[in-house]
Design a protein around this ligand. Structure first.
Ligand code: TYD
Length: 206
């Protein structure tokens, strides 16, 4: 299926909401529909993303909040130039696991103004056609983090994540869709697929 333009779908939410699993399922679903899909994730595997991952495992000790915010912006600028814009220009569907709403929520929870972070990002980063905000009970997310491969990282302190969660809940706009992340993998996927169907004009037997 040929698209008339590129589309950008961002998956957002706190850790433990199942976003990454759902991003994979969404990419698979769109490919089955015959659409050209590019799957991305931030932080990236690039030089800034690698620096970020180091503080995720080793802690924020050595850097200031301003530097942390700047590192995420640097990583995103590279991602926009090298991956996001080229894919959108080639009329592909970009499914990205975390984007600038994560910066607004996580670095916002450090004390920066979330709205200003969004505005600063929108100066260089394309606005998503849809932002899927995965949200459910904090207890469910905490259990999933605890049971996950890596356990809690240095960004996953409960009090901090509560603040991040509240900022994610505060975002509003015509491109935002909330996904109830507490259900089964299938139930959540149905919500996600319905958003994509509507955005991309996919018709299927129900
Ligand atoms: P995550 O998607 O959880 O990566 P992984 O699957 O490798 O654990 O992202 C890592 C962390 O980075 C996560 O706790 C959220 C945080 N983060 C920010 O604080 N700001 C940002 O702008 C982004 C993209 C992520």
């Amino acid at each position: 299926m040929e698209l008339d333009r590129g589309y950008l779908i961002a998956l957002e939410g706190i850790d433990g909401t199942g976003k990454t699993t759902q991003g994979t399922l969404l990419g698979d679903y769109l490919e089955q529909c015959g659409l050209p899909v590019v799957r991305l994730r931030e932080p990236t595997q690039g030089p800034w993303g690698q620096k970020i991952r180091k503080i995720l495992t080793e802690g924020r000790g050595g850097i200031t909040p301003d530097e942390e915010l700047q590192w995420f912006l640097n990583d995103r600028k590279e991602d926009v130039e090298q991956n996001i814009r080229p894919a959108l220009d080639a009329n592909k569907v970009v499914v990205i696991d975390r984007y600038y709403y994560s910066t607004a929520a996580y670095q916002g929870a450090l004390g920066f103004d979330p709205q200003k972070i969004c505005a600063d990002n929108e100066a260089f980063a394309p606005r998503p056609d849809r932002v899927l905000i995965f949200s459910g009970s904090l207890e469910t997310s905490f259990e999933r983090i605890a049971q996950g491969r890596d356990g809690f990282s240095s960004f996953e302190k409960k009090e901090y994540l509560k603040k991040v969660h509240a900022i994610f809940d505060s975002f509003e706009g015509p491109h935002i869709r909330r996904i109830d992340s507490d259900g089964s993998v299938d139930a959540v996927h149905r919500q996600v697929a319905a958003v994509a169907d509507d955005l991309l004009g996919i018709r299927r037997a129900r």
